[in-house]
Design a protein around this ligand. Structure first.
Ligand SMILES: [Zn+2]
Length: 272
């Protein structure tokens, strides 16, 4: 606690003092352009990994970066998301999972949590679809590989859950919203972004020259039909190698075409 209180003073005398204009501007209102949904894990810091400024990201955090399907829970997630889209006019959502996620490890042994941590059990049940999909389709994996797959598939589950919300559904129909899935690797600091065309998580900077201008789930989202992920060293039988992204030129960063260029660059630059 002492360290935190000393930190408050250091913040006021250091960062705050040197960014007075920014904070003065923010005192009149917020205009974040990204809704960032990530895990509560202390090792994941959205602003740090994207090198974004205060005011850039509207953040929802919980155990396992879970968005319960519409109507399944009366929690803060739906309300925060609705506010972000309707009141703040945000049109980019990132669901960011991470390696070594305790929530995903818990999901793998869900029933054993019921007695010891009933609230965690109830919460993780909101992503039962992830657990069922992984257990039924990745029987050949175990240990860390299974956790990695759980993290990746859980991100895709949440991207689908997002689409059950009326506000998201409507914006996608208009083509005014794009959804993104990211994995943050704690051990390397690297971020991988889901590529709906390749059905794989790839380095976001590799998509800067990708022909597809934006991964937008509407209307022909490849997400609705896909095969199992490949895990290094455990190729499922009959699996084909991933195609390489085509080379091309883009005037805007993929998935960030609605952002001021400086802000978009800062967010992507941070994940390199
Ligand atoms: Zn986590």
């Amino acid at each position: 606690m002492k360290r935190l209180i000393e930190g408050l003073q250091k913040f006021q005398e250091g960062y705050f003092s040197s960014h007075r204009d920014l904070f003065e501007q923010l005192s009149h209102g917020q205009h974040p352009r990204i809704l960032f949904i990530c895990c509560s894990d202390s090792r994941v810091d959205p602003n740090l990994i994207t090198q974004s400024e205060v005011g850039d990201l509207f953040v929802i955090r919980n155990a396992g970066n879970i968005i319960p399907p519409y109507g399944a829970a009366n929690g803060g997630e739906g309300a925060a998301m609705e506010y972000a889209l309707v009141a703040l006019g945000i049109n980019q959502i990132i669901v960011c999972g991470h390696s070594h996620c305790g929530a995903m490890k818990g999901l793998l042994k869900l029933n054993s949590l019921q007695e010891k941590m009933p609230l965690v059990y109830d919460w993780l049940k909101h992503t039962e679809a992830t657990r069922r999909l992984v257990l039924d389709n990745y029987e050949h994996l175990e240990g860390e590989e299974l956790v990695e797959i759980m993290v990746a598939e859980n991100i895709l589950t949440q991207l689908k859950n997002l689409q059950t919300y009326p506000a998201v559904h409507s914006l996608l129909h208009k083509g005014n919203l794009s959804l993104h899935g990211w994995i943050y690797r704690i051990e390397s600091g690297q971020v991988l972004a889901y590529d709906g065309v390749l059905h794989d998580f790839v380095a976001p900077q590799s998509r800067l020259s990708y022909l597809e201008p934006e991964f937008n789930l509407h209307p022909n989202c490849p997400l609705t039909s896909y095969n199992s992920f490949k895990v290094p060293g455990s190729q499922p039988p009959g699996a084909m190698p991933s195609p390489q992204p085509s080379q091309g030129k883009l005037s805007a960063l993929p998935g960030f075409s609605h952002l001021p260029m400086e802000q978009a660059e800062r967010i992507y630059r941070g994940s390199r």
